[in-house]
Write a protein that binds this ligand. Structure first.
Ligand SMILES: O=C(O)[C@H]1O[C@H](OP(=O)(O)OP(=O)(O)OC[C@H]2O[C@@H](n3ccc(=O)[nH]c3=O)[C@H](O)[C@@H]2O)[C@H](O)[C@@H](O)[C@H]1O
Length: 432
């Protein structure tokens, strides 16, 4: 019987047997051997335990920043955050882009990063539309050196941590619950993102020292039932036709308040039906393309008097130029740490194409590009929040931002369709 047989698996419960106690020399030599073997055994045990508990690969950075985060992952995230937000030169801006994995957010983030600004993204990757598209956009941004923190603009603690980690010169606020018709299905999501989330962001921004300048996405939908064309920034916007429009209009009023009380410099951009590569699948041009290719019938709205419903469709690259123009001409906020120190800039601009196209023409262009005849069902515009017509007057944006749209609908749709096929054939190849 070896000594090892006397060592139980739970060392704390080991009791020496009587034979050892009466033979002192045998006992002492046995004891020293026992100590040696115990130490050896424990060392081996400890080695294996350590081996099992240690990760096989280094910890991946967490997308969430929260007070409960593990120290290592938190500092890793902080490193990524600072690196992403650092401009290439001292003249570059440091921009927080909310909704960075969204359609406009991705394009704007890339453009800012490419020209040398520091960009930190924030996005909650919600499931309003296929999140795999958002993840694909995130990959492109990561390759370009833009890190996206995964979180919600309603999370004040998270925003505070980001503002503590980085001194943002600008916030490009593009996170929103978009879509006009979906507001009838899920009204709460519009209040949550477009009102509560916006207020939360402004609260943290106004307390920052120095305060950043804010540029944010309003919408052409604020013109609502306005029948005067072209739509000018001076026109009335108190007749929204959808809850979406009402929340964007509320955003404009909220912006006024924060500018007035806290000296935040705020620029609102009224986007007119933005389309293009990496676009939103809930928009008509996108799902028309998908349905036409599948041979599914599409519904084309017409006005109650059988006239055409039209939109001032605006290509994404033009919108990006407008966003950068707004950022570059934004003056500094005047307040700091929640106190106003003087009057601050408050602006609102239309970013449209000044060339409305009937939805029926949009369909004809798609048929031509896709070389497929659409199956159409024409029906009167339902009362679902849609307006009959949009047409932007862009004089103000041209003068003050140097904005000059350059892409007509056919050229823009060609680029969209090219992207659509390369993206979706790529996804199919990957999944098969
Ligand atoms: O400028 C904006 O502020 C908004 O632009 C976009 O809204 P809209 O201009 O309504 O775009 P979109 O849905 O593509 O419908 C296009 C046209 O197709 C018609 N339409 C639509 C669906 C359908 O089945 N049939 C149809 O004819 C429909 O009647 C419409 O005439 C953004 O989604 C919104 O988030 C907001 O940013």
């Amino acid at each position: 019987m070896s000594h090892l047989d006397n060592i139980p698996s739970t060392p704390g419960k080991y009791k020496p047997d009587k034979a050892f106690r009466f033979n002192s020399s045998a006992a002492s030599s046995s004891l020293s051997k026992l100590t040696l073997y115990s130490t050896l055994f424990l060392s081996v045990l400890l080695f294996f335990l350590l081996l099992l508990s240690s990760p096989s690969s280094p910890p991946s950075p967490r997308r969430h920043l929260s007070s409960g985060s593990h120290h290592t992952s938190l500092s890793l995230s902080h490193k990524l955050i600072r690196k992403s937000a650092r401009p290439r030169s001292t003249t570059g801006h440091t921009v927080l882009v909310t909704g960075a994995a969204g359609f406009v957010g991705t394009h704007v983030s890339l453009a800012l990063k490419r020209r040398g600004d520091g960009v930190l993204g924030l996005d909650n990757f919600n499931h309003y539309y296929d999140p795999t598209l958002k993840r694909a956009r995130q990959k492109i941004l990561e390759k370009a050196g833009v890190f996206i923190v995964e979180g919600d603009i309603n999370d004040k603690g998270l925003l505070q941590q980001l503002f503590d980690a980085v001194l943002f010169t600008h916030v490009m606020h593009l996170a929103a619950q978009a879509g006009v018709r979906y507001a009838m299905q899920n009204p709460g999501s519009y209040v949550h993102s477009n009102i509560a989330g916006f207020v939360n962001l402004l609260e943290v921004s106004k307390s920052a020292n120095p305060q950043p300048a804010i540029i944010w996405a309003s919408s052409s939908s604020v013109y609502g039932l306005n029948s005067k064309v072209l739509f000018s920034e001076k026109d009335r916007t108190d007749q929204p036709a959808s809850l979406y429009a009402a929340t964007k209009k509320a955003g404009e009023e909220i912006a006024h308040t924060y500018n007035h009380i806290y000296g935040l410099s705020i620029t609102g951009l009224r986007f007119f039906t933005v389309y293009g590569p990496w676009g939103r699948p809930d928009m008509a041009y996108f799902f028309f393309t998908k349905d036409i290719m599948k041979g599914k019938t599409i519904t084309v709205y017409e006005s109650p008097d059988k006239g055409s419903v039209a939109r001032d469709f605006t290509y994404i690259d033009d919108i990006v130029k407008g966003c950068l123009g707004a950022l570059d001409t934004a003056k500094k906020s005047t307040g700091s740490g929640g106190k106003k120190r003087g009057p601050a800039q408050l602006r609102i601009f239309n970013l449209g194409n000044t060339s409305p196209v009937p939805v029926s023409t949009l369909v004809s262009i798609l048929e031509k590009i896709l070389k497929v005849k659409a199956k159409k069902k024409v029906m009167p515009l339902p009362r679902n929040g849609d307006v009959e017509f949009t047409h932007a007057n862009i004089t103000l944006a041209m003068t003050e931002l140097g904005y000059k749209p350059a892409t007509d609908l056919e050229a823009g749709l060609k680029k969209f369709v090219r992207w659509y096929f390369s993206f979706y054939s790529g996804s199919k190849k990957k999944s098969s």
